[in-house]
Write a protein that binds this ligand. Sequence first.
Ligand SMILES: [Fe+2]
Length: 206
Amino acid sequence: MDNDLKRALGQAWAPEFNRVIRGVHHLVLNTEDMKATIDFYSGVLGMPLVGAIKVEDGLGTGDDNRGNPPFENLRHYFFDMGNDSMLAFFEMPKGAKKQGDRDEIGNMQHVSFVVSAQMQLTLKERLLALGHDAQGPVRVSPGSDSLYFWDTVNNIRLEFSTAPSQGDNQAVIAHRSQTKTMARKELETLTDDREWIERAIKAFKD
Ligand SMILES: [Fe+2]
């Protein structure tokens, strides 16, 4: 890419910062056992099942595949994870795929769900009562506490995050306490392009 074009794209970078994407529509993971997955996400965590379909003919092995798993008519189920977003699973044929390594590049290391502090404790009690492990809550940043636990059906690392001071009205981004100055100091370890850094940190508080 020539430098003029690069510069033009750079200046147009995220023109409506924070207004392009409303939020997560659906996040899709893989399982070998949909029934046990429903028991965990709906039964233990309280996420209602809101979609239960099979992938249409041809989308697995046919020419219309647009990145779907390469198997026909897989189960594709969706859970309500709150705030109008869905967590979804494909059910792979048993033994067809190996367990993923969460620390490989591009893999999902973990996902954290937002809860109130009270709900975080209720869910911890519920996890422990049902024989699951839970670690925390631990303070992970100023005013934010996390509870770590596992979807043991699929070996997925999960987290419940809360800002206790925000009660039932959690506001994730608004709660971030890192300032532009702090972010700038960190980004200076990434590049010495000061113009680029100022563009990157424009959503931080002064
Ligand atoms: Fe996290």
